[in-house]
Design a protein around this ligand. Structure first.
Ligand SMILES: NC(=O)c1ccc[n+]([C@@H]2O[C@H](COP(=O)([O-])OP(=O)(O)OC[C@H]3O[C@@H](n4cnc5c(N)ncnc54)[C@H](OP(=O)(O)O)[C@@H]3O)[C@@H](O)[C@H]2O)c1
Length: 271
């Protein structure tokens, strides 16, 4: 976090100011590195794209550089990445072995993961957490969708055929804890539920959960006109990633299916 520390257990670091003070990292077991300029908060201006890149790639390089002088560097670095690594891939099922895709986000994810990998030279186990869309009513994509869906104005975006790789916030947190404790896991790990859904199915499931109609739809040209390149690479792009490595390692999802996940996440808020 970049704000001033509010207690003895907090340390601030603003990557724009350079390499973090390495001292607080001396002897810690692991770093979970999640910082990065929000991706889908609005149109990608040139300045926003620059912040999206530098807050991930340059910042991760700085973090790794700060490990150099430590007597006892962290034994693990879990660094965020995203299913954006795979690009827009239609119906193809994407595992950690799938090749990277094209576009701005795929390029950012590649360089972000390469930057994190540098920590292995300091003896750390490096894991790149390729998050799907993390579902929580408290923030992120679902929170941004809720007002329109609650007003009965939710609907399909573009063709609706594009896949959405999602994970409930509970499962994302549990998977991070699981990866921290399983020292055999390293490299890329898809943090996505086992059952990605199309935008059309997601829309219908959210409407049913909220008991609201989802009759509206927004043609791709309109979505693109409103949000530009950001829409092309996120809202309209198709990502059908599956958590092959988490499942193979024995991780059990609390919310493997979307509708049960939405029911759990939105239970107190249903109208
Ligand atoms: N949430 C998702 O659906 C999702 C999906 C795919 C990938 N991811 C990735 O997973 C990571 C965590 O996601 P999240 O949703 O928890 O992210 P978030 O809340 O949007 O951001 C995480 C933290 O990044 C810091 N940050 C924001 N802008 C920054 C900047 N310009 N420079 C340095 N730090 C900055 C903020 O810390 P302070 O403001 O406290 O400094 C913030 O608390 C992100 O890297 C994100 O790209 C998330």
């Amino acid at each position: 976090m970049r704000r001033r520390p509010e207690g003895a257990d907090e340390v601030s670091w603003d990557p724009e100011q350079g390499v973090p003070d390495p001292q607080p990292l001396e002897g810690v077991d692991a770093i979970v590195h999640l910082a990065g300029e929000p991706i889908a908060a609005g149109r990608w201006t040139r300045a926003r794209k620059q912040r999206i890149r530098s807050s991930r790639i340059a910042a991760t390089r700085q973090l790794v550089a700060s490990l150099a002088g430590l007597d006892q560097p962290p034994r693990a670095l879990l660094s965020a990445s995203a299913v954006g690594f795979y690009g827009d891939r239609g119906d193809a099922q994407l595992t950690e072995e799938s090749p990277t895709g094209e576009g701005f986000l795929a390029q950012v994810c590649r360089e972000w993961e390469e930057a994190a990998a540098g920590a292995s030279q300091r003896g750390a186990r490096v894991v790149c957490l390729r998050f799907g869309v993390v579902l929580s009513p408290a923030g992120g994509a679902l929170a941004r969708m809720l007002p329109a869906f609650r007003a009965g104005a939710g609907g399909v975006l573009g063709s609706g055929n594009q896949y959405l790789s999602w994970i409930s916030l509970d499962d994302a947190a549990a998977a991070i804890a699981y990866v921290l404790s399983d020292e055999d896991l390293h490299g890329p790990i898809n943090l996505t539920a086992p059952a990605p859904v199309s935008n059309r199915d997601f829309t219908a499931a959210l409407g049913r959960t909220l008991r609201r109609p989802t009759w509206f739809s927004m043609p791709a040209a309109v979505v693109h006109g409103l949000f530009g390149e950001m829409a092309k690479e996120t809202l309209l792009a198709s990502s059908r990633a599956v958590p092959q490595r988490l499942l193979a390692s024995g991780f059990r999802f609390r919310h493997p299916e979307l509708e049960a996940a939405l029911g759990h996440l939105l239970a107190p808020a249903r109208g």
